[in-house]
Design a protein around this ligand. Sequence first.
Ligand code: HEM
Length: 367
Amino acid sequence: MADQTKAISYSSYLQLEKLLSSQSPITKGSAAPAHDEMLFIIVHQVYELWFKEILTELDSVRSLFMAEYISESEIGKAVARLERVTKIQNILLEQLAVLETMTPLDFLDFRDQLNPSSGFQSVQFRLIENKLGLKPEKRLAFTKHAYHSVLSDEEKEIVRRSEDEASLFELVDQWLARTPFLQFEGFDFWESYNSAVQKMLERELTIIKDNPMVTDEVRQKEIENHQQTRASFEAVLSEERHAELVREGQLSLSLKALQGSLMIFLYRDEPIFHLPFRLLTALIDIDELMTSWRNRHALMVQRMIGRKIGTGGSSGYHYLGEAAEAHKVFADLVNLASFLIPKSELPELPEEFRRHLGFLYTKETEE
Ligand code: HEM
């Protein structure tokens, strides 16, 4: 007979004894206990728990992408897990409002006693950034020391190791670069795309030149802007220009990956590209939600401490706002919108090409 005293229970499974005895406000038992300190601790702990779940999902998706061949069903799994991450991120955003029920004056009851600890020391947050693909050289330097200098030796080692691992960005880049069918038996997608782009640009230029509603001065300005738009397409059409932009730090994706993702974006209605399109969309969402959290956290920090420096030694609000812009990882995917052309102008995929990809599977089996 099973030993009933050892049977699993709600609290033993969830280790609630440990979990619920892990809140120790420093002002508790002092002459002036700060009521809001419990809220402060619990909100941070809940964040760390969600960070753990996000890392579990990111690690699993990274291992899926480490395989040489990634099947459709594996892509489906990756999409489901990344979409789960975005749902968690939405909760992380909402959660700041709970902390904001604490007023700046109430925060002052215990803020000084937190020195020099800071969210800057969250190892899991750094792991999320590194595993997504934020490179050390792209990080904002707010002191002369590396971002992990504020961590213990053991923590530093964990964070440093994550810098060397293949990030989600790198793995997705390699996978995108392998996107097949950019050239297929006489059909060269890039040649067709290039001529569709040139046609679209010529049409736009004619509209600008023939517009009777604007002055010559405005027209000249519009022509100059149009020339810049034309030049911006070189990022995906010219190997040299792409390499130059990578050297300048304006682009991170390889040319092949950029072209592969553009094809997925342009032909996302074709069944074979449905899942890849959802995958890229989830990555854009994750990046955008990271930026939203950073901005939202920066606003909360300003509201709580104004222009004071942070307990971690940064300029506080100012540093956090700048990091929101600088620490984007999948900006190249977001900026792909610059290279989209209207559906009506997309090069038609040849029948044989579509048949090869399996687009015509249903029709063929019916025949
Ligand atoms: C009263 C509430 C809070 C204040 C005043 C505050 C303040 C700050 C400040 C000033 C920094 C910049 C580093 C420094 O100099 O310390 C920072 C960084 C950070 N905080 Fe908070 N924070 C608060 C709540 C939170 C919460 C709830 C989290 C959730 C985990 C969090 C996570 C972080 C993280 C991850 C960083 C590093 C961000 C980066 O380097 O990009 N903070 N915080």
